[in-house]
Design a protein around this ligand. Structure first.
Ligand code: URA
Length: 429
């Protein structure tokens, strides 16, 4: 922004309301003014609604994102001696991919600095999952963050207060003003945090389907293209995979349950969909940074296990202590015989949250042991009366309302269904 240049906030709102593009200095001024409190919530809310309806063009979006990055500190991790690469998922049900991917790409020779978040609504959060491990601490001061990366090659931690603080304020405002579901606002929110956290290459996993933010492929493609463009314009080598989120990833949904499934995959077992997605994302990440190693071989060899153990213990986690388990279980049984043809990810995510594994509001506490085991998934044969889902909770009074949410979540077919593709498309610059 030109030193001393000021703008009239109302005029900027009117301009955006009427579909006119905002200048770069005006965007810098607006984001800085909202972050430091000189622009009040009511004017920022009006601007967000104007952006919701009229969007931001490529130039405005790049400037909006860089103003959000500049509202805090952009980390420089370029002196760690190994290539940096991160992954971001737009969120789904049973998505524990980062827990496996981070030690895997580190075992392959890259550095993965992941700043992760908490779950809200039907999707889980990576930090909540890791907190099922006794003693694990998500808050890592910047010097220690760097030391862990240098020693171990991977870290998953909470964002520090100075990472894109504009996003923290804007996201909270969007949440209560009906302006979350805007592609430029989602894209700038995600990318400002990823770029500020210091990575120089990034693979995005944009989820599509019933359990995702983006319900159809066209919207997901627009979001992916928008984020890929922002990343590359900002000097971060970015590609995106569009992946299916119609049913849960893997067989376990919930915090302890998902850590257990991740450990199983790191030890060479686990469900095929998790392995397929981890390997596909790792291949793209390694290709971006020029490492010619097959992550499928590294995963199968168990070489990521010591990296995982080192990552967890560097943040105080003790894997020898049993993780929290819910006291009570119940089952949902199949109502037909044949094959399972569908298992609605949104219903499973909502039911898991209802059992205690997720939050309806940011301030809610969660039950780390709660969740759902998918005993059968689409493509599996089933007999009427056989258990299909096992529910875990400390509060047995939640079983009936979770079961109600799941009543129409399962579909059946008399013949074995064709397995639907998991990886739907790839978006590059
Ligand atoms: N995740 C984010 O970080 N921001 C959004 O706007 C949506 C999802």
């Amino acid at each position: 922004m030109t030193a001393g240049q000021t703008f009239d906030t109302e005029s900027l709102i009117i301009a955006k309301r009427d579909g006119e593009p905002l200048s770069g200095p005006a965007i810098d001024w607006f984001i800085a003014g909202y972050t430091d409190g000189t622009i009040p919530d009511y004017q920022a809310a009006a601007m967000l609604m104007a952006v919701y309806f009229n969007g931001l063009n490529g130039e405005e979006l790049a400037r909006w994102t860089s103003a959000m990055i500049d509202s805090g500190h952009r980390y420089d991790l370029g002196d760690l001696g190994r290539p940096l690469v991160d992954k971001h998922s737009t969120g789904g049900v049973g998505d524990k991919i980062s827990l496996i991917l981070c030690p895997l790409v580190a075992a392959c020779g890259a550095i993965m600095p992941q700043v992760a978040g908490r779950g809200l609504g039907h999707t889980g959060g990576t930090l909540d999952k890791l907190e099922a491990i006794h003693g694990w601490n998500p808050s890592v001061p910047p010097e220690k963050f760097r030391d862990i990366l240098a020693d171990v090659g991977g870290i998953i931690a909470a964002a520090s207060q100075d990472l894109a603080p504009a996003d923290r304020k804007l996201y909270a405002l969007r949440d209560v003003t009906g302006t979350v579901a805007s592609i430029p606002l989602i894209a700038s929110s995600i990318m400002s945090k990823k770029i500020a956290s210091g990575t120089t290459s990034l693979v995005l996993d944009v989820k599509v389907g019933a359990g995702a933010f983006m319900r159809n492929l066209d919207d997901a493609r627009v979001l992916a293209n928008t984020m890929v463009e922002i990343g590359n314009r900002s000097g971060v080598n970015t590609v995106a995979l569009l992946t299916a989120m119609d049913h849960p990833l893997g067989r376990l949904v919930g915090n302890t349950l998902e850590v257990e499934e991740s450990i199983e995959v790191l030890h060479g077992g686990g469900p095929p969909d998790i392995i397929e997605l981890v390997v596909a994302l790792a291949r793209d990440m390694l290709t971006l940074v020029g490492i010619d190693v097959d992550p499928a071989d590294v995963l199968a060899s168990g070489a990521a296990v010591p990296v995982w153990e080192a990552m967890i213990s560097a943040q105080g986690g003790d894997l020898s202590v049993p993780m929290p388990r819910s006291e009570h279980t119940d089952v949902v049984v199949a109502t037909e015989s044949g094959w399972v043809s569908g298992l609605d990810a949104l219903a499973v995510g909502q039911a898991s949250a209802r059992l205690g594994a997720g939050r309806a509001r940011k301030e809610d506490s969660i039950d780390l042991g709660a969740g759902i085991e998918c005993l059968a998934k689409p493509g599996d044969p089933i007999t009427r009366g056989e258990p299909i889902l096992r529910l875990h909770s400390d509060r047995p009074d939640t079983f009936s309302s979770a079961a109600e949410l799941l009543a129409n979540a399962i579909s059946y077919s008399p013949e074995a269904p064709e397995p639907p593709p998991l990886i739907l498309d790839r978006v590059t610059r």
